[in-house]
Design a protein around this ligand. Structure first.
Ligand code: ATR
Length: 283
């Protein structure tokens, strides 16, 4: 009799447009791993129930997306330090002894995409992170680990940036509002990362002064879209030598989840190219 496939899934609200099933099926094919990966919709207050049912059905691992990453972190019995620091988990593993293991692979995904796929080193660089919500919090531990010369978090509500920065006292992370970037001599950044959703659906880019961006620097938008976001258009106007969206990060965070679950790191280059083509087709 044929063995049932090991089961994995992604859940979120909404989940219909998630590219994770597409990505993980690619990974499975590339690595010859026989797994099943589905998208499971969850009601806004239904996350725990989805987890319970998935586990009862023998599910081995779950990717968790908005708005449940904080809940996933709280639900885990054991958390990795990076999930603990982020206060959010995007990867749950259901171990044979019943333990729920929570991890956060978003930061690794961002770093690998920047460093390996785009050749952008972060050590010793001046980094500006725009946004202080869940997306920013999820990747800050990994950015801090890269030992940048400076890491500044700027946010529309400055107090949120200040309190997020205060989670990393030893690393000297600084939080401020957009107005602070315009004051005085003005700091200049080598790498600017957008962790807000501003700039999608025709909104204007966050109000970072062009003078804050070193010409020839790198700009990274953690969201992805078929058209360049207004943040990426802004960064090109400011002289960016590299302006990329988060499609590669999405694939890389998935690859890290896959590695945690299956013990094999899938190659990502072809999957990223396929995902981009799929996005252009409007898939
Ligand atoms: P997420 O989990 O996607 O980060 P979030 O926790 O609600 O969602 O955070 C959204 C982030 O985008 C915040 O940094 C938010 O700024 P505020 O904290 O001031 O609300 C930022 N954001 C959303 N829309 C924005 C806009 N139009 N301009 C600038 N920042 C915006």
């Amino acid at each position: 009799m044929k063995q049932p496939l090991d089961r994995y899934a992604v859940t979120g609200h909404p989940i219909g447009h998630s590219k994770s099933p597409y990505i993980h099926r690619w990974f499975a094919a590339e690595t010859g791993q026989g797994i099943r990966y589905d998208a499971i919709p969850s009601a806004r207050d239904g996350f725990e129930e989805v987890v319970r049912r998935f586990r009862a059905d023998g599910g081995l691992g779950l990717n968790v997306t908005l708005p449940f990453k904080e809940e996933a972190c709280a639900l885990a019995d054991v958390r990795t330090p990076r999930a603990e620091l982020a206060g959010a988990a995007n990867t749950l593993s259901f171990l044979p002894d019943g333990t729920v293991h929570g991890d956060n692979t978003d930061g690794v995904g961002l770093i690998r995409d920047l460093r390996i796929n785009h050749g952008v080193a972060l050590a010793g660089r001046r980094i500006l992170m725009i946004g202080a919500g869940g997306a920013a919090r999820g990747v800050l531990p990994a950015l801090v680990d890269e030992r940048p010369r400076r890491l500044t978090v700027v946010n529309r509500s400055p107090e949120r940036a200040v309190s997020l920065a205060a989670r990393f006292p030893a690393a000297g992370v600084v939080g401020c509002g957009f107005g602070d970037l315009r004051r005085g001599d003005g700091e200049v950044f080598d790498i600017v990362i957008n962790a807000t959703s501003a700039g999608l659906s025709g909104e204007s880019a966050p109000p970072v002064p062009i003078s804050a961006f070193r010409p020839g620097g790198a700009a990274y938008d953690m969201v992805y879209a078929t058209e360049p976001t207004s943040f990426l258009l802004w960064s090109r106007a400011a002289g960016a030598s590299l302006a990329v969206d988060g499609a590669g990060m999405l694939v890389e965070q998935g690859a890290e989840s896959f590695r945690l679950w299956r013990g094999v790191r899938p190659p990502t280059r072809r999957v990223i190219a396929a995902l981009r083509a799929e996005l252009v087709r409007g898939g």
